[in-house]
Every structure is written in structure tokens, then in C-alpha cells.
Design a binder for this molecule. Structure first.
Ligand code: FAD
Length: 369
């Protein structure tokens, strides 16, 4: 089949790699001008993520991680170290992205191709781009994330993303930038501190090129904080030029004033090792936390994967694992049944899974509002 994938982040790349392996003619259309290199942070390795790496012949990526074997929990009486934590593999988003992107053949991953509309016809889907040009495919995969345009074609009644009332401030910094006291508390461990309606966590991930040697890795932290109501949310998501972004601000977009405010708040509220991490982060970024659950994952010739179908809270640690499982399920069904039937089976299987992950995320985040 001729398959067009809308969105070239991880869900799109996972699906593209597996379906290309199965002999389909796949092209990924990504709206960003220069690709997504250098924009990701860290993630926790999950079974589904390792499975997609294996299926794609990228097992080596699973070995490029940092393993934490202890947890440090900060409390009123000081930190407690839990040595019984099951070992946890921490991976770099950038590294996975780069490896999958490099595997795409020339001409099969196109940048600066923003899709504006999909039109489903009896035997094809017409994809229209923002410059007015069009292409057609037998199957379209909507891997276009939280602001998906594919959703609206699959389900004309699709609801909006629902803001959860809090945001995640994030930072990624060279481990060498942490002062000694913070390095000895935080490095090699999963670190956590909880306060009313807020928590912060941190862990090591590989360096930008997959470096795992001590000294060359990066420290990844996330601080969840309430920003209740649209005004507070818009305030957080206003960039250095005064523009309000709907969902997140990437590294470099936060104003110096907002960064100073973040550091001041950290000094008031966080244990000193986390303060040091926040202070040493030159370009923090921030993500609004939203929920979205699709009613329909498929139509005649379109399938949604990843965040286009379900936006789940980051506390589940399942955003990427879910995208991986979607891509693997879609491949499995397309390989064993005609298109219409395969899509029905895919939709049934993954809608149930997405709903369960979304529900567990809401439960995990309930204390934050
Ligand atoms: C730059 C970036 C960095 C991330 N870093 C992390 C991380 O460090 N840790 C983590 O756990 N999660 C991270 N995520 C989120 C993570 O990728 C998702 O939770 C999960 O993998 C599912 O991703 P997705 O591919 O479905 O959606 P997304 O990752 O949101 O990707 C959607 C893609 O579709 C493209 N797109 C959107 N609309 C259009 C359109 N109309 N036409 C063409 N293209 C379009 C977007 O530019 C984007 O590349 C990151 C996402 C991005 C985009």
C-alpha cells in the first residue's frame, strides 16, 4: 500500500519503520522546518518501547541508557534512600529520534510539510498541505500529536483537549553543571520530592549523542506545578516575544523573567539539590498537561496513533510506550487482514488500551490540582 504518515515524531517514525519493513511504500510528512533534533529530554524505558526497538532492528538503542538502582526521596526530615527499587532504564528521546530518523530512506521523511486537511474518498485519502498542494494514499496514519488534524476526519465530533490545571516545567542539563553536593544527592538515582499540589522528580539520561560515560550524561528534571484556569495557563505558556502557545514552550522560548521567577520559586519550595538543578538549567521548557481520549481511532482509510488518539499524563511514563504499542498493533493487523478489517481490529485493541492508560494517568495526577 501507499501509506502517508502525518507527523514525524516517535509515533510516526515507529509506524513508518515497521510498515516500510513490511514492504509498504511509506512517506512521513512532518510540519517542522528543521526536524526535531535536540528538542527532547528523557524517558523511562518500558516493555513496549524495548519491543518496538527490537522489532525495528534497533536493539542497540535499548543499551544506550542510564540505569538507576536507587531512589532518593526528600522529606521534611531530610532525604531517604531506598535501595530496593527495581533497576530502571532511562533513555534519551533525542537518541531514539535520531536513530529512527536516520533509518528513513531519502525522500521518505519530508520536512516543512504541514498537513491542513484530509479528504477520504472511496478508494484513497487525499492529503492537502498548507501550501495548497495535494497527494493521495491508500492509508493515512495520523501521528500528528496533541493538535492532530487527522482526528477531525476520523471523528467529526472530536472533542477538544482538556487542560488538567497544571504544567510540567522541565530541564535537561549536562551532569557536570551540577554542583558537587547536588551531584552526590541526585546522580545515579531516581530523585523525588512531593509537596502539596506539586512534585518534582529527576533522573540521568544519556548525552546528546548517546554518551553513557559518567561526566558526559545529562540530568533530566520535571517539576509539576498548578496553574489553574486559562489565565494562569496562558501566562505560563507565553514566550519571550509575548506570544501565547497552546500546549508547550520549547527550550529557548521562555523569557528571562519567567526563568528568574522559576528559580526564585525553586529556592522557596524545593530541596537545595533540586534548586541547584533548576538554577543550572540555562533553557528550561514547559509543557501544559492535557487529557484527550478519542472515541474513534479509525475511519475507512485513516488510523490514529500515539498522542493523536490519546494524550495521557506524563506520570504514567507511557507516552512513547503507547505510541510504540500502537505502531506494533497496526502492523500486526495490517499484515493479517484486509485493510478495513485490519483497521477495525486495530481500533478495538488500542482504544481499550489507550483508555486504561489515560485513566491511570488521571489518578496519578489527581493530587496536583
Ligand atoms: C520535540 C519533542 C520532544 C519530546 N520529548 C519528549 C521527552 O523527552 N520525553 C517524553 O516522554 N516525551 C517527549 N515528547 C512527547 C512524546 O513524543 C509523545 O508523548 C509520544 O511519543 C507520542 O508522540 P507522538 O509522535 O504521538 O506525538 P508528538 O511527539 O507530539 O509528535 C507529533 C508530531 O506531528 C507533527 N505535526 C503536528 N501537526 C502536524 C501537521 N498538521 N502536519 C504535519 N506534521 C504535524 C509535530 O510537529 C510532531 O513532530 C516529545 C515530543 C516532541 C514533539
Amino acid at each position: 500500500m501507499r501509506i502517508a504518515i502525518i507527523g514525524g515524531s516517535l509515533a510516526g517514525l515507529f509506524a513508518a519503520t515497521l510498515l516500510t519493513q513490511d514492504g509498504h511504500d511509506v512517506i512521513v510528512y512532518e510540519r517542522s522546518l528543521h526536524g526535531l533534533e535536540g528538542r527532547g529530554a528523557g524517558l523511562l524505558g518500558k516493555r513496549e518501547t524495548f519491543a518496538v526497538l527490537r522489532a525495528a532492528g534497533c536493539e542497540h538503542v535499548a543499551r544506550v541508557g542510564v540505569v538507576a538502582r536507587e531512589r532518593i526521596v526528600f522529606g521534611d526530615t531530610g532525604p531517604t534512600i531506598d535501595q530496593k527499587m527495581p533497576p530502571q532504564m532511562q533513555i534519551s528521546w533525542d537518541y531514539i529520534y535520531r536513530v529512527f530518523r536516520q533509518r528513513m530512506a531519502n525522500g521518505s521523511y519530508l520536512l516543512d510539510r504541514k498537513v491542513e486537511q484530509l479528504r477520504e474518498e472511496a478508494d484513497r485519502v487525499v492529503v492537502r498541505f498548507s501550501d495548497g498542494s495535494e497527494t493521495a494514499a491508500d492509508l493515512v496514519i495520523g501521528a500528528d500529536g496533541i493538535a492532530s488534524v487527522a482526528r477531525a476526519t476520523v471523528d467529526s465530533q472530536a472533542a477538544a483537549n482538556v487542560y488538567a490545571g497544571y504544567v510540567g516545567w522541565r530541564g535537561l542539563l549536562p551532569e557536570r553543571d551540577l554542583p558537587g553536593f547536588a551531584a552526590s544527592d541526585l546522580l545515579e538515582r531516581f530523585a523525588y520530592f512531593r509537596m502539596p499540589h506539586s512534585h518534582v522528580l529527576g533522573f540521568l539520561v544519556p548525552g546528546p549523542n548517546g554518551e553513557t560515560k559518567p561526566g558526559d550524561r545529562r540530568y533530566n528534571w520535571v517539576w509539576y506545578r498548578p496553574a489553574i484556569g486559562p489565565t494562569a495557563r496562558d501566562d505560563v505558556l507565553t514566550d519571550r516575544e509575548g506570544r501565547i502557545h497552546p500546549y508547550s514552550l520549547p527550550p529557548g522560548a521562555i523569557s528571562e523573567r519567567a526563568r528568574e521567577r522559576l528559580v526564585d520559586d525553586a529556592k522557596r519550595l524545593l530541596p537545595r539539590s533540586f534548586v541547584a538543578a533548576v538554577e543550572a538549567t540555562r533553557q528550561p521548557f514547559v509543557q501544559g498537561i492535557f487529557d484527550y481520549e478519542t472515541e474513534r481511532m479509525i475511519s475507512q482509510r485513516i488510523a490514529l496513533v500515539g498522542d493523536a488518539a490519546f494524550v495521557v499524563r506524563p506520570h504514567t511514563g507511557m507516552g512513547i510506550a503507547k505510541a510504540a504499542a500502537d505502531a506494533m498493533a497496526l502492523r500486526k493487523h495490517l499484515a493479517s487482514a484486509p485493510l478495513g478489517e485490519a483497521l477495525q481490529q486495530y481500533g478495538r485493541e488500542r482504544r481499550q488500551a489507550g483508555g486504561a492508560i489515560a485513566a491511570s494517568g488521571r489518578e496519578l495526577g489527581a493530587h496536583l490540582v
